[in-house]
Design a protein around this ligand. Structure first.
Ligand SMILES: [Zn+2]
Ligand SMILES: [Zn+2]
Length: 443
């Protein structure tokens, strides 16, 4: 409750901008925001296409960050660079009131874009010692353009709210490390701790539509490494060896029984082994086999159960083969994003008034997202999704009369910029205004 006190004290002054208990005139606000986006769209479009054509991957987002920093300074924000390596914090003070955070990511993916768009990326970089193409195939460029557009719109409407905007641009979301890096670099000690936070993510559904969740919205993600040690030898003399390839094969199959037999079937968990390395040629039994995988869960109790089952299965497989104990390393990745019921309740009223049945609640998604770090650090938040494709193409894909649409991380992922960015700016601006308005009323 403590965090509500300051906004409550500020609410008297704020009431001048928003008469207490009056509802926001959402249709009027929405059209004012859309007009603002329209008049600024050429600039946002050029920014979006330039960032799209020149993507940078995790912790290499130097040019992207500099570009956003210049934009925010031009809007009157006080910008601090290199927060969490390549991250940005942009603050705009507009009288006393709550601090509302809006996050974008900065990073792209080490993959080749195959959209054939005129502004497609042809850039390459060095990643893990190897040259790789780079592409904004998760749509973080859409988020950046929406973030700048939202900042500009809110500054233009500064007579309609009072408080502090804290716009942050986070590096390295794709390796779920950037949010942590910013927090470790003093995000909430060198800068104000936000009262409310928002972030959006695009996805392969119709533009002009939004989706959100109450409670858990994404999975806990953990990395897995298992190393089986055996005794190498001739492939024709297996009795003189301890075969780690056999152990790996057994483990990969048996670990799925942790999912199917040990955890409650009504609870979500996934274990996938995506990489396996052992041996050189067909007639040599190697010394060891190494596997890498990913573990996804929603609930901490299920997460603990699955971790324990994986460890026990690996140890049992090695014991069965008479091999030394294997190494099992589980590295904690992103936590689940858990939306705050209060923040959602306030924002959804406004978003529903603006979007009607084009905003809907969806079940939790199984990918992960490190926005969860900000929530875990105590910022009550709402994370929501916006669609990127023509609604007719989405409908055709759903009823089977058209091709399936590429999702995030596909080399063909290609949002339609204008309606997607317009929705991003409009929805985010309305969400931020709802938070200022609610705090001003002291609700
Ligand atoms: Zn992604
Ligand atoms: Zn993403």
């Amino acid at each position: 409750m403590k965090r509500f006190l300051a906004p409550l004290l500020a609410s008297a002054a704020f009431a001048l901008a928003f008469p207490a208990h009056a509802e926001l005139d959402v249709p009027a606000l929405k059209s004012a925001i859309e007009t603002s986006v329209e008049s600024n769209y050429e600039h946002l479009d050029a920014l979006y296409k330039d960032i799209h054509a020149h993507p940078e991957i995790a912790f290499q987002e130097v040019k992207t960050a500099a570009r956003l920093a210049a934009e925010m300074r031009a809007l009157g924000f006080e910008v601090t660079e290199q927060v969490g390596k390549t991250g940005l914090v942009a603050i705009y003070k507009n009288g006393s009131g709550p601090t509302v955070m809006v996050r974008t990511e900065l990073d792209a993916l080490p993959m080749e874009e195959k959209t054939g768009l005129p502004y497609a990326s042809h850039d390459k970089t060095i990643w893990n010692g190897r040259e790789t193409p780079v592409a904004h195939s998760c749509g973080h460029d859409i988020h950046m353009a929406s973030w700048i557009g939202t900042a500009k719109t809110l500054v233009g409407m500064r007579d309609k709210w009072q408080g502090t905007l804290m716009f942050i641009a986070q590096p390295a979301e794709e390796i779920v490390a950037g949010a942590r890096a910013m927090i470790d670099d003093g995000l909430f000690t060198r800068f104000p701790k936000p009262d409310v936070g928002f972030a959006l993510h695009d996805g392969p559904f119709g533009y002009g539509t939004l989706a959100y969740r109450v409670g858990i919205g994404s999975s806990n993600s953990d990395g897995l490494m298992v190393r089986f040690r055996g005794r190498g030898g001739h492939g024709a003399v297996p009795q003189a060896t301890i075969d780690p390839v056999m152990m790996a094969a057994r483990f990969i199959v048996d670990v799925q029984s942790v999912i199917s037999r040990e955890k409650d079937p009504t609870e979500f968990a996934v274990v996938s082994i995506g990489s396996i390395h052992a041996g050189t040629v067909g007639n040599i039994i190697p010394d060891e086999a190494v596997m890498y995988g990913t573990i996804r869960t929603f609930k901490p109790s299920v997460r603990a159960k699955v971790h324990e089952g994986i460890e026990r299965t690996a140890q049992a497989v090695a014991a069965m083969a008479g091999a030394p104990r294997p190494t099992v390393e589980i590295t904690e990745g992103a936590k689940a994003v858990v939306n705050d019921a209060g923040v959602v309740a306030t924002a959804e009223k406004v978003l529903k008034a603006a979007y009607g049945d084009r905003i809907s609640q969806t079940p939790p998604g199984t990918p992960s997202e490190d926005y969860s770090e900000f929530i875990a650090a105590g910022v009550p938040s709402m994370f929501f999704n916006i669609g990127v494709y023509e609604p007719e193409r989405v409908a055709a894909a759903r009823n089977g009369s058209g091709p399936a649409l590429p999702s995030n991380h596909s080399p063909q992922f290609a949002p339609v910029p204008k309606p997607t960015i317009t929705t991003g700016v409009t929805a985010m601006t309305l969400a931020v205004l709802s938070a200022f308005d609610q705090r001003a009323k002291g609700q």
